[in-house]
Design a protein around this ligand. Structure first.
Ligand SMILES: [Zn+2]
Length: 244
């Protein structure tokens, strides 16, 4: 599978950037994971909105869903131009009914609630879930295809259950919203030490730090995380691709 980072800022997009959005492709199937602010604009450097086959959402904070409305508009308008493409499935949890309801729009997109206790099949991907520690219901995802695994934390403070959930992943796409000297627990986020510890204990093959802070020197997050994890660590970067 091929992962392309579309946006990686935590909270809001920095100038000319995008907040959370990750394109995962396998066997020609395009799955967008989260759809934050700026993602629709950035995505068009890689594929057209109508080429998406599914979207899956970790939770309903704006930096993860802000561009759902404009994605719906894009598919509506392209549909007026005589292009035909199927209703786009938007997978999200249904523990916030008001937000979940917005995922369905005409016959353009259809909200489909995932059961966090079951494995979900989306195209070639098998997705399992773990509830995270965050102010609103949020789910981490373990996505498998063709014997390879991507684990995406969504937003969360550190939790021990991550170790089993992330075991042996080829890619750990881990939120890292804080530096070592900061405690993200009350905000529901991890710092660089948490991310490194998770990666080390779960024995993942590489660690990508994302949901990055707007201040300080993000490269410092790598040196801090490397005190815990001895494998490959990268900072998420726009249009960066990782093949596994
Ligand atoms: Zn959040």
């Amino acid at each position: 599978m091929k992962l392309t980072i579309i946006g990686y800022w935590g909270g809001y997009p920095k100038k000319n950037g995008a907040s959370s959005g990750y394109l995962l492709e396998h066997n020609g199937f395009n799955l967008l994971i989260d759809c934050g602010s700026g993602v629709l604009s950035k995505l068009q450097n890689i594929i057209e909105p109508e080429e998406l086959d599914a979207v899956i959402l970790s939770h309903y904070h704006p930096d993860h869903i802000a561009d759902i409305g404009v994605l719906q508009h894009a598919r509506l308008i392209q549909g007026f131009l005589d292009k035909s493409f199927p209703t786009l499935p938007l997978y999200g949890h249904s523990f916030d009914q008001a937000e979940f309801t917005k995922l369905t729009y005409k016959d353009i997109t259809k909200g489909i609630n995932y059961d966090p206790n079951s494995v979900l099949s989306v195209g070639p991907f098998q997705v399992s879930f773990l509830k995270t520690n965050h102010p609103v219901p949020c789910y981490a995802m373990r996505i498998e295809a063709n014997g390879k695994t991507l684990v995406y934390t969504g937003d969360s403070s550190y939790k021990e259950e991550f170790i089993e959930f992330g075991k042996g992943a080829d890619i750990l796409l881990c939120e890292c919203n804080f530096y070592q000297h900061q405690d993200g627990k009350s905000a529901g986020h991890m710092n660089s030490i948490d991310a490194g510890r998770f990666a080390e204990k779960a024995g993942v093959k590489q660690l990508i730090l994302t949901h990055l802070p707007h201040y300080g020197k993000p490269t410092k997050l790598i040196s801090e995380a490397s005190t815990e994890y001895t494998g490959i660590i990268k900072l998420a970067d726009e249009f960066q691709t990782i093949l596994v």
